[in-house]
Design a protein around this ligand. Structure first.
Ligand SMILES: NC(=O)c1ccc[n+]([C@@H]2O[C@H](COP(=O)([O-])OP(=O)(O)OC[C@H]3O[C@@H](n4cnc5c(N)ncnc54)[C@H](OP(=O)(O)O)[C@@H]3O)[C@@H](O)[C@H]2O)c1
Length: 310
């Protein structure tokens, strides 16, 4: 038996319960993972709230969670690339489902996952860093890849203080680009420490951006009318934009939702393990306290990655 977070109806974080259950046995191409650390992403509270219920109804009872790192405890049939006892990083969105269609349910002490959704965890990567990479830093990597950022670019990152935006910013800086990032003033020292030029979002954003270098590319890790309008106002003709949160505003502006390359998890783990990408950790909760973790995520200002310790 194993303990896990479960929900039986859509709602706020209070619908989550901490229960004993059977994680099941791994089938063809699957492994059983014992969690060592679990990453929280905004999509977790959004899925629990039923935001995607029309396109992707949750199977009740559901267990939230797309991100984790842990140890392979058992192999299903036809698993050749992984061994029992191996440390891995899990992104249960990777490869199998482009958007919302996959849930390993990582808010659990043990869970079964498809081997296409795991990569080996390099020894130099801590369990906190490894759990913090999917799906946020992975999306940040994919945005930079989609935009084909080079040292010639000046990249605008909306939400550069968040888990997606800070990863996108670091990877662009690693490629030699200049990076301008929006954030609350309380996060400006953090952005400066990365090498990002900080700008406050809000009423004066476009004016502030016009005082800086011309923007050749935009990675939006916030979404909504304001960041889309700012991108349209400052992006040079022929410049490229991408968003991690597609909505009617980005659709109208023709800004595509980030596409996920097949090797995005592998590449992101490789960048982190060579020190090109560091996840800022906001707070670690006990797994049984997942309700509090989702409440913090819902504030939209967690100041880093939220983790759950099983
Ligand atoms: N497509 C994908 O593959 C994918 C993957 C992961 C995440 N996402 C989505 O990407 C978004 C960001 O995720 P995350 O993990 O980075 O979230 P996060 O760590 O909670 O960060 C939220 C960010 O939003 C900023 N923010 C909050 N309110 C804002 C406002 N009114 N105007 C401008 N910025 C504001 C915050 O800045 P301050 O705190 O500095 O104010 C912070 O940088 C979420 O919508 C998430 O669902 C998409």
């Amino acid at each position: 038996m194993s303990r896990q977070i479960v929900y039986r109806a859509y709602g706020g974080p209070d619908v989550l319960a901490w229960e004993e259950g059977d994680p099941g046995s791994p089938g063809n191409g699957q492994v059983l993972i014992r969690s060592e650390m679990i990453g929280v992403n905004p999509v977790d509270w959004k899925l629990v709230a039923g935001l995607f219920s029309r396109v992707d109804p949750a199977p009740f009872p559901g267990t939230p969670g797309w991100a984790a790192t842990g140890i392979v405890e058992a192999l299903g049939a036809e698993v050749l690339d992984f061994t029992v006892g191996q440390a891995v990083v899990v992104d249960s969105r990777a490869r199998l489902a482009v958007t919302f269609g996959s849930r390993a349910g990582t808010f659990a002490e043990r869970f079964v996952v498809d081997t296409r959704q795991i990569v080996p965890r390099p020894a130099q990567l801590s369990i906190e860093q490894a759990a913090g990479l999917p799906s946020s830093a992975v999306a940040g990597y994919s945005m930079i890849q989609n935009l084909a950022i080079t040292s010639k670019d000046t990249l605008l990152v909306h939400g550069a203080s968040g888990s997606v935006g800070s990863a996108a910013a670091q990877i662009a800086l690693e490629r030699g680009a200049s990076v301008i990032g929006t954030a609350s003033t309380s996060n400006h020292d953090y952005l400066r420490s990365l090498g990002v030029i900080p700008v406050v979002y809000g009423d004066h954003l476009v004016d502030a951006l016009r005082d800086l270098d011309p923007i050749t590319a935009s990675a939006d890790a916030v979404g909504g009318a304001e960041s889309v309008a700012a991108t349209r106002a400052v992006l040079i003709p022929g410049g490229h934009a991408v968003t991690a949160w597609g909505d009617r505003h980005s659709q109208r502006a023709g800004i595509p939702w980030v596409q996920h390359p097949h090797d995005e998890l592998h590449q992101t783990v490789a960048l982190a393990s060579k020190g090109a990408l560091t996840v800022r950790i906001a707070e670690t909760f006990a797994l049984s306290q997942a309700t509090d973790a989702l409440r913090l995520s819902q504030t939209r200002h967690p100041a880093g990655k939220i983790l759950l310790a099983p």
